[in-house]
Design a protein. Structure first.
Length: 247
């Protein structure tokens, strides 16, 4: 079975592989003999042997004035392998180019209603790995999140994975939140802005999520370029608000 799969990967059809293996075990064989061993239709056998003759995998011999087929040295498989390898090496740059083009195109996912806001937080918990971090701007006007969203799943998995958070928030939010070793909060001074638009932006992995709690709508931008850009801006502002940051 393994031999058949390997040969099929060298651009041999399943029928060609069956005929080839039959010839290895029983050469020389004529078309009728191959038909009895493989149960392949005679027309398909003719097509298979013609293809393998062109690849130098088998050859013909005359026996009692009839044409028989026998397998050639397995060294000829190296030619197929080298050809496959050459095409494979040519394919990789094409795939990389297609991948990079696709990666550059952002995917925008609009989300409506409260349950989809919960989905964003659950997606953070599911997407990020142990000890990962994410970045959040929080201009929440109301601080008691339990009355608005069911974040049970998010909090449980966030704490289990020890996911860290860097938060830029209002001074009131900073005073309201209890201190947590997995969370670092810096505040925007009141004399600059109240920062109470009731909007949140979260940057995690290759995504940027923006939540409008006023209308209970949100959207996710999935783009590595966008998320990296947003992380740079966040870290710069965080550093200005907290000079002794580790960034």
């Amino acid at each position: 079975m393994i031999t058949e799969k390997i040969l099929e990967n060298l651009w041999l059809s399943k029928r060609e592989v069956k005929v080839y293996l039959a010839l290895i075990e029983n050469s020389p064989l004529n078309i009728s003999d191959i038909n009895k061993i493989t149960w392949i239709h005679r027309v398909s056998i003719y097509q298979s042997v013609d293809s393998m003759l062109s690849k130098w995998l088998i050859t013909t011999v005359l026996k009692w004035k009839r044409k028989y087929y026998k397998w050639e040295s397995p060294d000829h498989l190296n030619t197929l392998f080298n050809e496959f390898q050459k095409h494979f090496q040519f394919l990789i740059p094409q795939l990389k180019e297609s991948f990079q083009i696709k990666e550059q195109k952002p995917i925008i996912i609009p989300l409506y209603w409260k349950k989809w806001i919960t989905f964003i937080f659950n997606d953070i918990a599911n997407t990020l790995d142990y000890n990962d971090v994410y970045y959040r701007y929080s201009s929440r006007r109301y601080f008691d999140e339990k009355t608005h969203l069911d974040l049970t799943y998010y909090k449980e998995h966030r704490d289990k994975k020890k996911i860290g958070r860097y938060v830029i928030a209002s001074e009131d939010y900073w005073n309201y939140k209890d201190k947590n070793p997995d969370r670092e909060i810096v505040k925007i001074p009141k004399d600059y802005d109240l920062f109470d638009d009731n909007v949140t932006k979260i940057i995690y992995w290759n995504k940027v999520a923006i939540i409008d709690y006023n209308s209970e709508t949100a959207f996710i931008i999935e783009s590595r370029i966008f998320s990296n850009f947003e992380k740079k801006i966040f870290k710069l502002l965080y550093k200005l608000l907290k000079p002794k940051t580790l960034f």
